[in-house]
Design a protein around this ligand. Sequence first.
Ligand code: 2AM
Ligand code: CA
Ligand code: CA
Ligand code: CA
Length: 262
Amino acid sequence: MTNWAEIDGEVKRWIQEAGALIRESFHHSLSIQSKSNPNDLVTNMDKETERFFIENIRTNYPAHAILGEEGQGDHVQSLNGIIWIIDPIDGTMNFVHQQRNFAISIGIYENGKGMLGYIYDIVHDELYHARHGEGAWMNDVPLEKLKPVPVKKAMIGISSTWLINNRHFDQNKLIALANEVRGTRSYGSAALELAYVASGRLSAYITMRNAPWDFAGGKIIVEEAGGVVSKLDGSDVNMLTINPLLASAPGLHEQIVTGYLK
Ligand code: 2AM
Ligand code: CA
Ligand code: CA
Ligand code: CA
């Protein structure tokens, strides 16, 4: 039997340790490289933080698989068994340019089911976390169950990228939604935007492209807070591929899917 309470305790200690190393890195110069294009950044801290988690997981849970953004884990091709899905720094561009608005994100799945989720906003020392069937917390404070929000009163997280001509989705549908809601925000960290949906700071978050490590932790936390996470047409996300994503308070989710995105 997997001792989830024990794993939960370990992860929280590792996250605090990794957070301290990242805070410490502010005093030293970063090594910054580009990945797929000049704006797709990765730093030594992204890679070192991923390695930190991988080494701890390998030592303590050698049978578990690891899917990490920086590719130092396993080549995961199925959801069988226990899989850690890790984004060592979500919001790397913010980390480099702003030294805030970034987070560590971890989701632990068993045979595809989300068991433990973590999003750590290091600069604000805010750890959002959830355990399957037991609820979600910000630090030690339980998150209140999300209530339905009407579109007119919704604050939604969406990047302006999707409201200008994009090849992923008809932007006119998104513009119609953006015109109806109370306000739009764009934080540049999918994980933090999901944490904000879970905690009610945002009513919904919409993106055309999210990788499993962007949303693995957040999905569990949003769902435990009573919210809904799906693709834009309301169908289930795929934990092994890029997905368009809608995370939302209940009620609002259905209104957005049927009223705007279909
Ligand atoms: P990252 O900082 O870990 O790369 C920025 O708007 C958000 O999108 C961040 O959460 C960022 O994660 C993520 N992101 C950046 N490039 C991406 C890509 N090519 N596919 C999916 N998500 C991406
Ligand atoms: Ca990245
Ligand atoms: Ca990410
Ligand atoms: Ca990242």
